[in-house]
Design a protein around this ligand. Structure first.
Ligand SMILES: Nc1ncnc2c1ncn2[C@@H]1O[C@H](COP(=O)(O)OP(=O)(O)OP(=O)(O)O)[C@@H](O)[C@H]1O
Ligand SMILES: [Mg+2]
Length: 343
């Protein structure tokens, strides 16, 4: 290790609506939900990540929980900064002196110039001396091991918490992209609304996410169906807690509309793809990343709709951060990274 390396701390951050991950020295050192708990009176952050999530929807008047990102972009800067700071502190004590912190942060492709500048500002506030941004679909493509510099088109579909990003990547650039604000959070909402409408039962965000993970499905018929899942909530008629069980095919109906919107966006992206790249994609197929890629039957459903092969990335929740980590090691080579001067 050279002297310079000793003073350099290099980290790659996937700042997501649902989860924030940090890679250091090729290892995922932080993987936490993107949430902070704040003392309302003093404004002091009392917990970040999993600890704050445990408090979510169970707080009293003095504490509030905040998810600093909404729809893939930072909605509450102060909360976002204290979250990033708290998560960086989880990696161990920071070396305050002679420290050169270098960061690559991934951002959604639909982000505005003003929002980009705001991310640079936040990085500076947490002591970063050298910051680069990378677009999320590019990071996802690197993370699943594609050669993004080749003159070959690849289509990436990243379904996160806040946004679904669909992009065609070739020659180190994003040729065309579609970003829609329908992803995992919307699925969770759909389930909450369905339970209210259909079963007269009120459930919280976390229970709804558990239903999605245990019996979520994009198809009403699955070859390997999951078992029915028990759900606890409050009966809207009596006001008393009660338990019911739900099946995956019910949930597939609840999610149907949102999934159709994602399918439409994919078809639109394919329509906008230049013909030479379209013929590459016909051969290479579509790659699914992000937590939404784990929804049962989604790959089969998209494949049926597009008549193209669809692949779910290995460990899809970590594809973006892995790619951001690869970018971190190639900051001088990758021309698609954005630095402060270019915004
Ligand atoms: N097994 C699963 N089935 C369905 N959805 C899942 C599963 N596991 C996680 N998810 C969902 O994936 C989403 C989180 O994915 P991810 O971490 O990729 O999002 P993010 O990067 O934080 O968000 P964004 O990229 O939009 O900013 C959440 O909505 C979560 O509920
Ligand atoms: Mg993401």
């Amino acid at each position: 290790m050279g002297l310079f390396n000793f003073f350099t701390q290099e980290i790659a951050i996937d700042l997501g609506t649902a989860n924030t991950l940090i890679i250091q020295n090729n290892k995922v050192v932080v993987d936490e939900p993107s949430i902070v708990a704040i003392d309302r009176k003093t404004g002091i952050t009392i917990a970040v990540g999993k600890k704050a999530m445990q408090m979510h929807e169970k707080t009293h008047d003095n504490i509030k929980t905040v998810r600093p990102l909404k729809d893939g972009v930072i909605a509450d800067f102060q909360a976002a900064e204290s979250m990033i700071e708290g998560l960086i502190d989880m990696m161990g004590p920071r070396r305050k002196f002679f420290n050169h912190m270098k960061m690559v942060i991934c951002i959604p492709s639909g982000i505005t110039e003003v929002e980009k500048r705001a991310v640079f500002d936040s990085a500076e506030h947490v002591d970063a001396k050298e910051t680069y941004l990378i677009h999320e679909p590019m990071a996802a493509a690197l993370g699943i091991g594609l050669d993004v510099e080749e003159p070959v088109g690849n289509m990436i579909i990243d379904i996160g918490g806040g946004t679904t990003e669909i992009a065609v990547i070739a020659l180190s650039g994003i040729v065309c992209d579609q970003s829609i604000r329908i992803a995992g959070d919307e699925f969770t909402n759909d389930i909450m609304n369905y339970m209210k409408r259909q079963h007269n039962i009120l459930i919280g965000e976390r229970s709804s996410e558990q239903i999605k993970i245990h019996v979520g499905s994009a198809l009403p018929d699955l070859p390997n169906p999951p078992e029915d899942f028990p759900v606890n909530g409050r009966d809207l008629m009596t006001g008393i807690p009660k338990q019911i069980t739900v099946s995956y095919s019910e949930i597939s109906h609840a999610l149907d509309k949102s999934i159709s919107k994602i399918e439409d966006a994919i078809l639109k992206a394919l329509e906008n793809t230049p013909p030479e790249l379209a013929s590459d994609i016909y051969r290479t197929g579509l790659y699914l990343t992000g937590g939404g890629a784990l929804l049962r039957g989604l790959d089969t459903r998209i494949s049926a709709k597009t008549k193209l092969p669809v692949y779910v990335a290995e460990d899809p929740l970590r594809a973006v951060v892995r790619g951001t980590g690869i970018a971190l090691k190639n900051t001088s080579r990758f021309t698609f990274l954005i630095d402060r001067k270019s915004v």
